[in-house]
Write a protein that binds this ligand. Structure first.
Ligand code: EPU
Length: 418
């Protein structure tokens, strides 16, 4: 079993460079299927989620070449439109193969996707988008057989601004006849990244990044080159590390606007943060002020930073309230923070954090990806040694986390234990 062992209490200083965004890459890799020639995607992080998706492309018959940070995909050789259950269930993003295969070949068979167990995470809005565009869907338990004689543009209203449903509907609409309008679309930067990629293939998408996206279908999409945006959740995670233990810690190669809500909250906490064009510099302070945070879709406070920021709230002097509005079950980190001597009360969709509490290192479990990131941050600030198991979750989403943290002064090791 792999564990992360962290010896806490060391200052973090120097520069940390942010990798390409996981949640963009995991949509761009399946989206490459829509092109009729080779596509190159640059700045793809080397994490297990991107590995699984490139292996899935190969399983479908595509040719994939990986060269350090870029991936070259030739989808012309795809001869399989069925993804078995064991692959579908490896991660949430496997469901972008639904949209990409349906858009390209009018047919896909696969299973309910996997992903972190942080809530029910239904896919009804994605299926609603597919149906509106002309697909027939047979649901057998958790298997989906999706077929369309013809894909036709439609007016799609999403019941909630779902990232997955917005991207999946775009993936089909780019090849559908006529115009599609997605109303109440999600506005996350990853959606803009996917739309830019599709437009470089020749798609006609406008409005990505707003709540109304318009797509004029085209017959063919050609090869292209695209770049993955910096990971705003990795950015936020290391900014929080800097607020906890930083001494002029520079977080570089970022788009500060993508983490604006976090930066504003840090300013409210009275944490010193300098914002440059593509970097921030952040330091720890002795006395920080408690704040209330409520998660929301972009540009609101990101749910994916909710668990990491909890550690910082344990170090503010007074009571903070954190409300999770996106997922029903995203507080599984809380019992472990309390085991580390935090004082957090769980009250349904809200947690009440009473600080400042020194944290003590102990054995904890990463129940999901961002819970794992939260525990890494807790380990950095805690007295003594924190040992985190189930670290596979963390490695799914953070490129070279051990090397990056070590380079700024953290004492962290990935160990194999029995
Ligand atoms: N929802 C539905 N029906 C749907 C789709 C979503 O009810 O058809 C609900 C979900 O249950 C959830 C909310 O709507 O309560 C938001 O879900 P959304 O579809 O926006 O999320 P997602 O596409 O499944 C992506 C990221 C998540 C991130 C969310 C929100 C990927 C692979 N995952 O998930 O990232 O939390 O958007 O920003 O892109 C993570 O990286 O740790 C992570 C969980």
């Amino acid at each position: 079993m792999k564990v992360l062992e962290i010896n806490g209490g060391h200052s973090l200083t120097g520069t940390i460079r942010i990798s390409g965004a996981k949640n963009s890459s995991v949509a761009l890799i399946p989206a490459a299927i829509l092109a009729d020639d080779e596509v190159t995607i640059c700045n793809v992080p080397e994490i297990t989620d991107t590995d699984v998706l490139t292996e899935t492309l190969e399983y479908l018959g595509a040719q994939v070449k990986r060269a350090s940070e870029s991936i070259v995909i030739n989808p012309n050789t795809i001869n399989n439109k069925e993804i078995p259950e064991n692959i579908s269930r490896k991660l949430r993003a496997s469901y972008y193969f639904m949209g990409a295969l349906l858009g390209k070949y009018n047919h896909v068979e696969m299973y309910f996707p996997g992903g972190c167990s942080i809530g029910a995470r239904p896919i009804d809005q994605t299926l609603k988008g597919f149906r509106a565009l002309g697909a027939d869907i047979i649901e057998e338990d958790n298997r989906y057989i999706i077929d369309a004689k013809e894909l036709t543009g439609a007016h799609v209203y999403l019941d909630m601004p779902s990232v997955g449903a917005t991207i999946n509907t775009m993936l089909v609409a780019v090849k559908a006849k006529g115009e599609t309008i997605i109303e109440n679309a999600a506005k996350e930067p990853e959606i803009v990244n996917v739309a830019t990629f599709l437009n470089s293939m020749g798609a006609k998408i406008t409005g990505a990044g707003t709540s109304e996206i318009r797509i004029k279908g085209v017959d063919t999409l050609h090869g292209c080159y695209t770049e993955v945006i910096p990971d705003r959740i990795e950015t936020g995670t290391y900014i929080i590390a800097g607020a906890l233990m930083g001494k002029n810690l520079k977080i570089d190669n970022i788009i500060p606007e993508h983490v604006e809500m976090l930066i504003l909250k840090l300013k409210e906490m009275k944490i010193p943060i300098e914002v440059g064009q593509d970097y921030v510099i952040v330091s720890k302070v002795e006395h920080s002020v408690p704040v209330n945070i409520k998660t929301q879709g972009y540009p609101g406070f990101a749910t994916d930073l909710q668990q990491p920021v909890t550690v910082l709230l344990t170090q503010c002097e007074g009571t903070s309230i954190l409300e999770e509005t996106i997922y029903e079950n995203r507080f599984q980190n809380v019992p472990y923070l309390n085991k580390m001597k935090a004082n957090i009360e769980n009250n349904g969709r809200k947690i009440i954090i009473k600080g400042k509490t020194p944290l003590e290192g102990t054995d904890v479990v990463a129940t999901d990806l961002r819970a794992g990131a939260c525990l890494v941050l807790a380990g950095l600030v805690a007295n003594g040694t924190t040992t985190i198991s189930n670290v596979e979750h963390v490695l799914r989403g953070y490129e070279n986390i051990v090397e990056k943290l070590t380079s700024i002064g953290a004492k962290i090791k990935l160990k194999e234990i029995n």
